[in-house]
Design a protein. Structure first.
Length: 205
């Protein structure tokens, strides 16, 4: 009799313990608590806005209507992300990208380096136009006597403007046809200026 009573008491205690554990587990599941704890999840981070917007590289015909005609330039440019932007707004078109670049002449004629602002307008999803304005420095001839085959630049600085029409091959690559002109606007004694045109391949980040 004592053994039977002990077995019955042990079985009752076990059932009571199992019932309490089940009830606690069910309530914990209702509250959404995890049943086991692992390593903490990595924090959610937003992708950083790229500092660079685009790079372009190509070749230009060097001032085909000047004493320096008959050679080509290596043309390169870096366009930075807009410091301020308003995506989806008409006003975003008016906000330019800063840019730096240059043209290197392979025949020892006038080369230049420039910096300025670039405005881009999308005509369609694939076709766009650019306008640029800024300043440049050059290594051209500025003396009173200019050697044959060289432009009379007047001074080693100038204003620069350019226009481009481009086609986006895909989300990253594009091709542009560009014409650029630089001159000192008559601020120096001579002002032959320089006009180049050509093609460039661009990569957008």
């Amino acid at each position: 009799m004592r053994l039977r009573s002990a077995l019955i008491s042990g079985l009752a205690a076990g059932l009571l313990s199992l019932s309490v554990h089940s009830a606690f587990t069910a309530r914990a599941a209702d509250l959404g608590y995890p049943s086991s704890f692992g390593p903490p999840a990595a924090p959610i981070t937003q992708p950083a806005t790229p500092f660079l917007s685009e790079v372009r590289l190509g070749t230009f015909v060097h001032d085909a209507s000047s004493p320096e005609q008959g050679s080509v330039d290596l043309a390169g440019e870096i366009l930075f992300a807009k410091p301020f932007s308003a995506p989806g707004s008409f006003w975003d078109v008016l906000l330019p990208r800063p840019s730096v670049g240059g043209t290197l002449n392979f025949a020892g004629k006038t080369s230049q380096a420039f910096a300025g602002l670039t405005w881009t307008y999308d005509i369609t999803e694939s076709i766009f136009v650019d306008a640029e304005f800024g300043g440049s420095v050059n290594n051209g001839k500025t003396g009173v006597i200019v050697p044959p085959g060289h432009n009379a630049m007047g001074c080693n600085w100038s204003f620069r403007e350019s226009g481009s029409i481009g086609y986006r091959i895909n989300a990253n690559w594009d091709v542009t046809a560009t014409i650029e002109h630089m001159s000192n606007a008559g601020a120096c004694s001579q002002n032959r200026g320089l006009t180049n045109y050509g093609m460039r391949i661009g990569y957008r980040f």
